[in-house]
Ligand binder design. Structure first.
Ligand code: FAD
Length: 231
């Protein structure tokens, strides 16, 4: 059964010109696993699923991060007043990591970074036993990279961050274009046991699944989080 909680809006943090984080007070007895999402119900039939974008080790607040599209829902988010009461339902979802020392390849398209950031910040805080972690992160341009500083400085022993930008001006260390099979093959050591986690808009997730199939990654090695609502 999905649980329902009352919470309140604490603060807003601008991550990029089009990605805003909203922090909500941690409700009593709310427990989640990194990678899960909640339904954020702002009343008036305005409810969307949003991944929790920070780790469960944080006990004061829950954070979600929304790509701003100018929709009525975004307008309602922007109108939230500090202390305003809202309803959340969840947590829901199985986009979570298994305890394993196998190579973990995370592939995020734009705002699809949210559950992955939750997992990575959780791994950093837990300092647990984890093998190689590779994040391949696709965005439009360098201004569009949410959580860039944090991800570039994350303290996970064997962590590699690969930027892929449609326009890589000012960031020549980034691949130019879209994430594809060539980039994945170059960045990921061949291993039949690596786990892949792919998160982003439906079109992007489908394209990556096809790309992975061409380099012989089996379907059961891939876990996806599909952000319905984006084309
Ligand atoms: C599991 C999951 C996690 C998500 N996490 C995030 C996140 O962390 N950050 C983020 O920015 N977005 C996330 N999304 C997408 C988010 O829920 C919205 O669908 C998306 O942001 C579009 O909403 P909007 O307010 O911008 O536009 P809207 O105008 O409200 O929606 C755009 C179009 O998509 C349709 N639509 C909206 N939501 C859904 C839905 N859930 N299923 C099917 N169609 C829909 C609408 O009917 C409309 O036609 C997630 C979606 C899912 C399913």
């Amino acid at each position: 059964m999905t649980m329902e909680y009352r919470t309140e809006f604490i603060e807003r943090i601008e991550r990029t010109p089009t990605a805003i984080s909203y922090r909500l007070k941690m409700p009593e007895h709310f427990i989640f696993t990194a990678g899960q999402y909640i339904l954020v119900d702002l009343g008036n039939k305005q409810a969307h699923p949003l991944s929790i974008s920070y780790c469960p080790e944080e006990t004061e607040f829950i954070e979600v991060t929304k790509r701003m599209t100018g929709s009525p829902y975004c307008g309602r988010l922007e109108s939230l007043k500090k202390g305003e009461s809202i309803t959340i339902k969840g947590p829901v979802g199985k986009f979570c990591i298994a305890d394993s020392s196998e190579t973990l390849v995370m592939i995020a398209g734009g705002i699809g970074i949210t559950p992955i950031r939750s997992i990575l910040t959780s791994l950093e805080k837990k300092k647990g036993n984890i093998g190689t972690v590779i994040l391949i992160y696709g965005n439009l341009n360098r201004e569009d990279i949410a959580f860039r500083d944090e991800l570039e400085n994350i303290k996970i022993a064997d962590f590699h961050l690969v930027h892929v930008l449609s326009d890589n001006s000012g960031m020549e260390n980034a691949y130019k274009g879209f994430i594809n099979a060539d980039i994945i093959s170059k960045e990921v050591p061949r291993s039949s046991s690596a786990h892949y986690m792919v998160s982003g808009p439906p079109v992007m997730v489908e394209a990556i699944k096809k790309a992975l199939a061409t380099i012989d990654v089996a379907e059961d090695q891939i876990r996806t989080d599909i952000f319905l609502g984006y084309s």
